[in-house]
Design a binder for this molecule. Structure first.
Ligand SMILES: Cc1cc2nc3c(=O)[nH]c(=O)nc-3n(C[C@H](O)[C@H](O)[C@H](O)COP(=O)(O)OP(=O)(O)OC[C@H]3O[C@@H](n4cnc5c(N)ncnc54)[C@H](O)[C@@H]3O)c2cc1C
Length: 432
């Protein structure tokens, strides 16, 4: 069977490896770190203790419309380890909660009942949002400038109220695309709302892994797939027509898939666009008692954007996407800010003792999905006929997300299969 070397054991590389292995290829994955998952992974909180609990670098969530990611989990036999929620909770300072959920009407009207009842928006905000959603349905295939204008430009064209922009559009999109509305190409905002909210009644459901991310890609899963060999702690140092140099040796294969972040390509002598990064900050807080019973909530009007209840309302994880404002702040300042914000939503925080806290600043979380970047994302093929690219920054059809990474891996795997004369389809179409 043809042999493939995959460079990088993040979701893009792993998706390619799983698909090719199932199709019978022999696959070697070279990963620099001692574990899999790349930017979507977990590690021991205290690396010097074997007993230490494992935490995710940051809460990762998906929507049910992430069909390729779910297909990848299926391949690994871990699809049932993702728990899906049908309700979104918007919570205001003071604690008032609005629930968004699908009702009995068919798509795209399935949110009508809960949307009309949500108290955090006024009538004028809601009427404007409804108008804009209808325009989005009409314009998504017709407008040629959506990659060039920002989502904020588009929302202003549609005369959205400041409250609708801040509390609805920004709240949903900044975390979905990891970029501010004025720096996000409108095409990404369109895609999230079309696939997640309009195209069908289930696409919006939010999936939260019920196990640490790393367990999703554990070694057992790979044994089921057969022909995949993981080479941990083996950073690839050079890549040329003769093969890859790693771990002090030269390794050859029939095909190569480079699934590294774009900023790593130059060191291997490959061209890549120089995108700007957009950071994400995760704040982990452990309290001595339960401070909330909500499983998750999006937090309105403050710095912290999302709360995930990781363990009995005592261990909470907060997430701030496009978190440039937090970059210059120190750990303690961020923790204080997080606790200050939380008190406004969950009064029980005031009486609780913080037992420990951990802050993760991922400065290179994703590339910035700015207007104009779409056409710069490369496809999978390169000037070298047996070398293919994958990664969330390549032209996957999605923003930099786990779904985008898996899609890029499947696209690269299809290109390898075709080059090997064994064409195969791995990429699933979007559900809309
Ligand atoms: C904090 C944070 C929160 C996020 N939240 C979400 C979310 O909620 N939902 C969502 O869908 N997405 C989220 N994302 C985005 C998502 O994690 C990424 O889009 C996706 O994981 C990228 O996968 P990838 O395989 O393209 O790249 P990576 O995960 O970066 O994989 C690249 C791999 O290559 C390895 N590597 C690097 N150099 C070498 C070398 N020389 N040789 C061999 N191996 C090498 C790295 O160790 C890594 O394992 C988040 C990202 C971050 C950082």
């Amino acid at each position: 069977m043809p042999k493939v070397i995959v460079i990088g054991g993040g979701l893009a590389g792993l998706a390619a490896a799983s698909a090719l292995a199932e199709a019978g290829f022999e696959v070697d994955v070279f990963e620099a770190r001692p574990f899999l998952g790349g930017r979507a992974t977990s590690y021991p909180l205290n690396s010097s203790s074997d007993e230490s609990e494992t935490i995710d670098n940051c809460q990762h969530v998906l929507l049910r419309c992430c069909v390729n990611l779910l297909d990848f989990y299926r391949r690994l036999g871990v699809r049932d380890r993702v728990k899906f929620y049908r309700e979104f909770y918007f919570i205001e300072p003071g604690g008032r909660i609005s629930v968004l959920k699908s009702g009995s009407l068919p798509a795209p009207l399935h949110f009508t009942g809960s949307f009309l009842r949500m108290p955090f928006l006024g009538l004028a905000d809601k009427a404007g949002i409804a108008r804009a959603l209808m325009a989005l349905r009409r314009e998504r295939k017709r407008r040629a400038d959506l990659d060039r204008i920002s989502m904020l430009d588009w929302l202003r064209q549609k005369r959205q109220t400041p409250r609708a922009i801040d509390r609805f559009w920004r709240q949903v999109l900044v975390s979905a695309v990891n970029e501010d509305l004025d720096r996000m190409a409108a095409s990404h905002g369109f895609q999230v709302f079309w696939l997640g909210f309009l195209a069908n009644a289930e696409g919006y459901q939010m999936g939260v892994p019920a196990v640490p991310l790393r367990e999703l890609y554990a070694a057992d899963a790979w044994r089921r797939l057969g022909n995949v060999r993981m080479r941990f702690r083996t950073p690839v140092e050079a890549l040329g027509s003769a093969g890859v140099t790693a771990g002090g040796g030269l390794h050859t294969a029939d095909y190569y898939i480079c699934a590294l972040p774009f900023e790593r390509l130059e060191s291997l002598g490959l061209d890549a666009p120089k995108f700007e990064h957009s950071p994400i900050t995760g704040v982990h807080l452990w309290f001595d008692r339960e401070v909330t019973t909500l499983p998750h909530a999006t937090l309105l009007d403050r710095t912290m954007q999302w709360m995930f209840n990781k363990q009995g309302g005592r261990y909470l994880q907060l997430v701030v996407s496009a978190s440039r404002d937090l970059t210059p702040l120190g750990r303690n300042e961020i923790i204080e800010m997080a606790i200050g914000d939380l008190r406004l939503y969950f009064p029980r925080v005031a009486g609780a003792k913080l037992e420990k806290a951990h802050v993760v600043k991922e400065l290179r979380a994703t590339f910035s999905a700015a207007p104009g970047t779409g056409p710069l994302r490369p496809g999978t093929r390169t000037a070298i006929p047996n070398l293919f690219l994958a990664g969330d920054w390549t032209r996957s059809g999605w923003p930099a997300t786990m779904e985008g990474a898996v899609r890029s891996g499947y696209i690269a795997a299809e290109a390898v299969a075709e080059a090997a004369g064994r064409p195969a389809r791995f990429l699933l179409p979007d559900i809309a």
